[in-house]
Each structure stands twice: as C-alpha cells, then as structure tokens.
Write a protein that binds this ligand. Sequence first.
Ligand code: SF4
Length: 413
Amino acid sequence: MNKPRTTQKPIAAAQTMKKIMADHFRGIDAATRDPGRKVAWCTSVGPAELLQGFGFEVYYPENHAAILGATRKATDYIPYANAIGYSPEICSYLTADVGAHLRGFTPLTEAYGIQTIPRPDVLVYNTNQCRDVQDWFLWYARRWNVPCLGVHTHRNVGTVTGDHIDSIAGQLRALAGKLAQIAGHPLDLDRFRESVRLSRRCSELWEKVLKTGAARPAALTFFDGTIHMGPAVVLRGTQVAVDYYEGLLAELEARLKNGVAAVEGERFRIYWEGMPVWGKLRPQSEQLAELCTCAVASTYCNSWIFNQLDPAQPFESMARAYTELFIVRSDEVKEAYIARMCQEYQVDGILYHDAKTCPNNSNSRYGMPQRLTERLGIPHLVIQGDLNDLRCYSEEQARTNIQAFVEQLAENR
Ligand code: SF4
C-alpha cells in the first residue's frame, strides 16, 4: 500500500486575502479614471506612508512582477525587455514587468478583469534594496513622461548611526516638498501619522503571525508566508491590513492551541534564506511536506516588519525602519540576524536560494553559508534558481539536492 501523501495544511484566511487584494487592485484601477484621485508607484520597501499622507493610491510594481512569476508568465516576457537593452542578468522582476508591458500583458486581466497596469502621476523609489528599482521606475518615467523621485539609501551598513537617520529623514522631507507640488496640496500631517501608526500595527501583527512558525510543530511555513505577506507589502498603512492580520493571527493561534501542524508529522525544520522561486512555490512546498520538513522561518518574509515606525516621529522613524532592513546591512549584521533566527526557530539546517538575477537577496556568494554552518553547527544547502526566470532553475536538480539535504538532516539526529 502506498504511504499517504503528507500535505501542507491550507489556511482559511486565504479567501479573505484574495478578496482584499482584489479590492486593492480594483481600487487603484478606478483611481486612474477618477480626476480627483492620484496614483503613485512605490517600491516594496519605499516610503508608502508618506505617499498615503498625501492621499495617493499606492501601487507596487514588485508585487505585480511577483504575480507574473507566480503565474509562470514571467519567463515568456523577459526576452522582450532584453531586446531593448535590459540584460537577462539584471533583476527579473524588472525585465518581466517591462517585457509584459511592452507586449500589453498583465496577469491582472485574468485575475480581476483589469486591462492595464495603472498609469502613475509619480513614481517613487528607495534604493535601500537595490539600484534596479531606480532603473525600472526611470524606464516608465521616460515612457509616460511622469516624474520619478527617489530616496538614496546607504548600503552595506553596519551600525545604523544618527548620521544615517538624519540623511534619510532629510531626503524624506525634501521628497515631501516635491510630492506636494504633484499632489497639488501640502502633506496632511494627521493622515501621515495615522498611516505610520497603522503600518506599525500591521508590522506587529505580521511579526506575531510569522512567530507562530517558532512553535513545535510550526503553525505556518515560509510558503504560507510568501502568500500571506501580500497585505503587509501593498496594504500597510491601512486598517484593511490590520484587520486582515488580526484574523489570520487568530486562526494561527488556534492552531497553536490545538497543536495543529502546518506540515503534518513535522520532523525537520529549516530556515529559508533568499527569495522565493515564485513559479515553483507549490512543488517545493509539496516536496518539503512529503519529507516531513517545514521551512519555519525566512529572511524574506521577515523583511516587512517595521516595528521602528512611530507616529510621533514619522520622518525619523521611517528613516530608521527603512534603513535597518536586512538587505541594507553588512554581512556581519546579516549573519548575526540569521544566527539569532536559527536559534529562536530551532532549525536543523539552512537552505540558501541563490537567485541568479538578484545578488541583493542572495547571501550565498561570499562564504556566509560556510561561516554560519561553522558558527551554528548545522548544515546548509545552496540551490541555484531565480525569483522569476525559470530558465535559471532546474527542478530536477533542486529536488535531488533537497532530498539529499533532508537525508543529511536525518543522519545528524
Ligand atoms: S531586490 Fe532584487 S528582486 Fe527586488 S527589485 Fe531589487 S534586484 Fe529585483
């Protein structure tokens, strides 16, 4: 008799999330046709709260690019961006999104009946994550002749100092001056503070959601996190996101109370370092579930925790929240963070995803896996792949390597 297939337990709140994400996209689409409303594009860890303080509808192209990846459309459109000079070696969010736009395609049509991505009144980036977002936004700015503004963050930062914060807070204040001209009115300080407050609350709830992965057995997996992080990315600063995470947290706390595992028969626990392979979430999560292995925590999902936000000091606290981010920091700080996470979540090993087109989120290229293995005494595996470009990912090779890695974890017991 065949062994019953071990599965990952579905989360009921997913239905609510689908609805609020649909409302988000339809709301922005409607705003593009309303002369009384303005749309701003924002990078995923950009100054969303400030834009909300001006009343902009905020759209996040990285989220759109991730949908292209998750629906396995990205690889089809990347070559069209390559053909206009955007290398296959650079961010495959950028190339997939620009390529899809050049071909008049968006996955929002099939999902929500939306014909095109929203044309912005302004594009606003923060280089805290990478330079690619700046190039990406500038491409659209030239195409549509709309203003493109940015915050330029220090990179590879060890200790975040007062000078860093002053520099970024100063840039945010200068940005507010330029946004006022585009919005046609000054910043509504009360609205700005409220957005910062709601963003902070969203962060606190999201952190609690992720911490349910620390329980034994874990109540959610990295793969759940990649799906349920949507509102933390695109709806932070709103009551909708706060309500959503209160509901999700209640569901997960009920799991904890009843000892319900996200992965039935959990035996091994791993940390996922790096980006998801968006087009392969399902087969990867199924394989790990079949191996009774739970990816209990990740750097990626934790990157949308901004507990530094403080409505009493909106500019300075935003500067701190968006500079203390993992991706901005030196290897020394990153290693200390991962070591802490591995201990808190009691992991047996670390899986690094080396994403071909995102060196910024790939931390396996300069000896970090070896240093952390030595420091923590747990094994690691590096899988080669990409966030969106599936030509960089060999499913067969990844499956074989993951299987061998879990056998190694079993031998270590
Ligand atoms: S951090 Fe990586 S995936 Fe994200 S926009 Fe930059 S290059 Fe692309």
